[in-house]
Design a protein around this ligand. Structure first.
Ligand SMILES: Nc1nc2c(c(=O)[nH]1)N[C@H]1C(S)=C(S)[C@@H](COP(=O)(O)OP(=O)(O)OC[C@H]3O[C@@H](n4cnc5c(=O)[nH]c(N)nc54)[C@H](O)[C@@H]3O)O[C@H]1N2
Ligand SMILES: Nc1nc2c(c(=O)[nH]1)N[C@H]1C(S)=C(S)[C@@H](COP(=O)(O)OP(=O)(O)OC[C@H]3O[C@@H](n4cnc5c(=O)[nH]c(N)nc54)[C@H](O)[C@@H]3O)O[C@H]1N2
Ligand code: SF4
Ligand SMILES: [Mo]
Length: 754
């Protein structure tokens, strides 16, 4: 029996997705993981786990996972010592900087970094050490529209409301399939269970999606929408709220909302009748949903990938929260509320209730002149920045936990561009589709060998909690931690010297952080002595991210303030509570949370309103005969990088093109035969899966596949390679306000290859 050899049990938060489930990890006498289960005592996940969580064992043990640095020699990757790798990094950058200057350096930050304490603390060291503005990330194929909308409405890009899942009476879920994904920018372990609880307590769940997903099947109602038209549907809902006298933001925030009349005027033309042929949703249904939202005791609208990675991503994100506000549900129990994260954040610091607000376009990309958003350029512009000659052309490139060759639009073009670079470094655990282009690959330890705290996603949690996980398994010999790799990479970039010690960079960083916070009059350590605090922090023997986290917890909204607040939070308190610390239900935060210059919720900001003209014009552009491609996710897959884990990929290949039976009939397609699918930028052949669960005129393909490339080292994934859907997505198609790529609603032609 597996349990018999267990000598110790560790508790740890799963870092694989936003749910952050608590895991119970049994180890034997040789420090092998025997079994991973959901931690029943976790204060947030209560024992829930999905199949990916227990696969942390298999990821750790995967023979293909990199344990030593690789250098490309004569076109082949070979293992080298860390010293040799760092020398190659220094030499590579030195040469490019000497020839082309620092403006030729660029970085891409991938998704796993958002769930990684070391990366959250030290990615910025790399970014700031480049000396160029060429920063790209997975955000512009993901949630950037939410940051833009939140920034203009509430004053900071992370002031994003989440549906109060556990107390709401009515949930309208748009473009999200939590039964597969567990939701997103809405941290809620066991999201499906929380949806079922809404229905069990007499509430209603409505899903808007072109696919009848598992989430739609389990809901009270599925509304099938034409891809890309959610903005019109939302505009029509708002139109009804005004026309039928249903607008009431509620007494709780009435004096803090501006732009109510302006928004009504802007959307006066978007009647349900006008948009119904475009959205495919009858005017009656739109009216009914508007009335249901306004009439429910509490209600919340939530929108994710299917309404963010589309042509009106930012408008959609804005209108979702406009509906929440107009129906009286913003910042209300059971409505759309804001978390109060234990580590604090941009909306807990500074003066409560007012701030500098948000802006974009502090610079533009070199080639296409795309405006900067949150210090980044759209990843859809990356390939052209590498291939277009001229001053500032990207010649050296770093990826930090990213696989843009499979994750970003027009992948073939990016793949080719990466092969033309002078120098590339990847900090990654695999030699994969992207990192095979790297001259040097620096592998961090496995997830189980690192400590963890979800610094980012707990800002969007449906309940306030804090949980810290210690490293479960020891490092392999000579293995630096991920934060040490990042700090050193930053140091080498700055000094072009390999002798730089990460701990020196760490000391400088914590010193700067402490100096800053003791000067803030609203902080709980205002005016304290920096040396005294630094001594307290260092007395624990902790360094790196753990030490910084301790400082952030102690000076956060629940913090102990280094003795200033009795029973307050500190890292020690989290260590004493391995199942997490529950900080309670979400509480109203308006007006304190606002950081707009006016101190108001801006319901109709000029920067977002400007895109309504394009939204209106889109009605006339809808073409019923045009096939549209959308994406999807599978429970046992995680973006592009977990397909090397046999326990997850065994069984049927999930990389199929879903087609409605009527379309299949018309196009001569049937189950298992190959279809050829062509977009403006690419063509791929993929097996067909005929299913009633997809809307007519729409086809669906998951992303993150296409592992049959030369030079990668993912032996399991290569056997079930699938195809890369992003060969079809178009780098010219973007949400203009956020620079987010259009990954859903791609015009395609589908042909039978039978
Ligand atoms: N068509 C289409 N494209 C999409 C999407 C879609 O819905 N449709 N979704 C988009 C979304 S939401 C996202 S977030 C992006 C993801 O885009 P990316 O972040 O670029 O891609 P991932 O597949 O997450 O790849 C993560 C990389 O990090 C490595 N890695 C894993 N764990 C670690 C770690 O702990 N440390 C380090 N250093 N490396 C690690 C993996 O080996 C892999 O190379 O894809 C986007 N692309
Ligand atoms: N198992 C698993 N879990 C994951 C991931 C994973 O790859 N696998 N990735 C993680 C990441 S990085 C993220 S960002 C989250 C994403 O989490 P979700 O946002 O829930 O992502 P999806 O499951 O892709 O659901 C998107 C839904 O949008 C629908 N859709 C497509 N186009 C449109 C449209 O125009 N309008 C509407 N209304 N719907 C549309 C699709 O049919 C799909 O059902 O998941 C995270 N969790
Ligand atoms: S849902 Fe699965 S992958 Fe996500 S945190 Fe929980 S166990 Fe990990
Ligand atoms: Mo994502």
């Amino acid at each position: 029996m597996a349990g018999s050899s267990v000598v110790r049990t560790a508790f740890r938060t799963c870092p694989l997705c936003e749910a952050g489930c608590g895991l119970e990890i049994d180890l034997d006498a040789t420090e092998q993981v025997v079994r991973i289960r959901g931690d029943k005592d976790d204060v947030f996940s209560h024992g829930y786990i999905c199949p990916k969580g227990s696969a942390l064992k298999q990821i750790h043990e995967d023979p293909d996972r990199l344990r030593r640095p690789l250098i490309k020699k004569n076109g082949k990757h070979v293992e080298v010592s860390w010293d040799e790798a760092w020398e190659a990094v220094r030499d590579g950058f030195a040469k490019v900087i000497e020839t082309h200057g620092r403006s030729s350096l660029a970085v891409y930050l991938g998704n796993p970094g958002a769930h990684n304490l070391g990366a959250m603390m030290f990615n910025k060291t790399v970014v700031q050490s480049l000396g160029s503005f060429n920063r790209f990330s997975a955000s512009t194929v993901d949630q950037m529209p939410k940051h833009v909308a939140a920034g203009f409405m509430f004053g900071t890009p992370v002031t994003i409301p989440v549906p109060d899942l556990d107390r709401t009476d009515y949930l309208l879920l748009m473009g999200s399939n939590p039964y597969a994904s567990n939701g997103s920018v809405c941290t809620a372990p066991d999201f499906p269970g929380r949806l079922e609880a809404i229905r069990a307590r007499g509430g209603k769940v409505v899903v808007v999606d072109p696919r009848r997903t598992r989430t739609a099947q389990e809901a009270d109602e599925w509304i099938s929408i034409r891809p890309g038209t959610d903005g019109l549907f939302l505009a029509a809902i708002i139109n009804v709220l005004y026309a039928d006298g249903l607008v009431d933001v509620g007494d709780h925030i009435r004096s803090y909302v501006s732009g109510i009349d302006e928004l009504g005027a802007e959307l006066g033309a978007f009647t349900p009748e006008l948009v119904e042929s475009a959205t495919g949703i009858s005017a009656d249904v739109t009216r009914r949903i508007a009335h249901e939202l306004a009439g429910a005791p509490t209600a919340a609208v939530n929108g994710r990938i299917g309404v963010n990675a589309v042509q009106f991503g930012s408008v959609n994100a804005w209108l979702v929260d406009a509906v929440n506000t107009l129906t009286g549900n913003l910042d209300k129990r059971g409505g759309a509320m804001f978390a109060l994260p234990a580590t604090g954040g941009p909306n807990t610091r500074g003066t409560a209730g007012v701030g500098n607000g948000f802006r974009t376009g502090k610079g533009t990309s070199r080639v296409r002149k795309y405006p900067e958003v949150l210090g980044e350029f759209p990843v859809a512009t990356l390939a052209e920045e590498i291939t277009t000659p001229g001053a500032g052309q990207i010649r050296a490139f770093i990826t930090l936990a990213g696989n843009p060759v499979l994750s970003t639009p027009d992948s073939d073009a990016l793949d080719t561009a990466l092969s033309e670079l002078d120098f590339m470094v990847s900090v990654d655990i695999y030699l994969n589709e992207t990192s095979r282009h790297a001259d040097v690959i620096l592998p961090p330890p496995s997830q189980l060998q690192r400590d963890h705290y979800d610094l980012l996603l707990l800002q969007f949690a449906v309940r306030n909690v804090a949980n810290y996980s210690e490293q479960v398994l020891a490092f392999d010999e000579a293995q630096p931690d991920e934060w040490e790799i990042l700090a050193k990479l930053g140091g080498v970039l700055q000094t072009l010297d390999t002798k730089i010690d990460p701990s020196v960079i760490d000391d400088i960083a914590i010193d700067a952080l402490v100096q800053n916070v003791i000067k803030a009059s609203t902080s709980n350590v205002y005016g304290r002595n920096a040396d005294e605090i630094l001594e307290c922090l260092s007395a624990t023997g902790r360094r790196g991210p753990a030490r910084m986290l301790d400082f952030m917890l102690q000076t956060g909204p629940y913090g102990a303030g280094f003795g200033a607040v009795e029973d307050g939070l500190s890292l020690q308190k989290l260590l004493d509570n391995p199942h997490g610390v529950d900080l309670g239900e979400l509480e109203p935060r308006i007006p304190e949370i606002l950081r707009t210059p006016t101190g108001m919720v801006e319901l109709c900001p000029a920067e977002l309103r400007i895109d309504l003209v394009r939204l209106f014009d889109s009605i006339a552009q809808v073409d019923d005969a045009q096939m549209l491609l959308i994406g999807r996710r599978h429970l046992k897959s995680n973006n592009s990088w977990m397909h090397n884990i046999n326990v997850l990929t065994k069984g049927n290949l999930s990389c199929t093109l879903q087609v409605h039976p009527d379309d299949a009939m018309r196009l001569g397609l049937s189950d298992g035969i190959n279809a050829r699918i062509t977009s403006r930028v690419g063509t791929i052949d993929v097996p067909v899966e005929v299913t009633e669960s997809i809307r007519r005129g729409v086809v669906s393909l998951p992303h993150g596949w296409g592992h049959n490339v030369q030079g990668a080292r993912m032996s399991v994934a290569a056997k079930k390679a699938g195809v890369n859907s992003n060969v079809l997505t178009d780098s010219q198609a973007m949400d203009p306000l956020s620079g987010t790529s259009v990954l859903n609603g791609i015009p395609v032609v589908v042909q039978s290859l039978a």
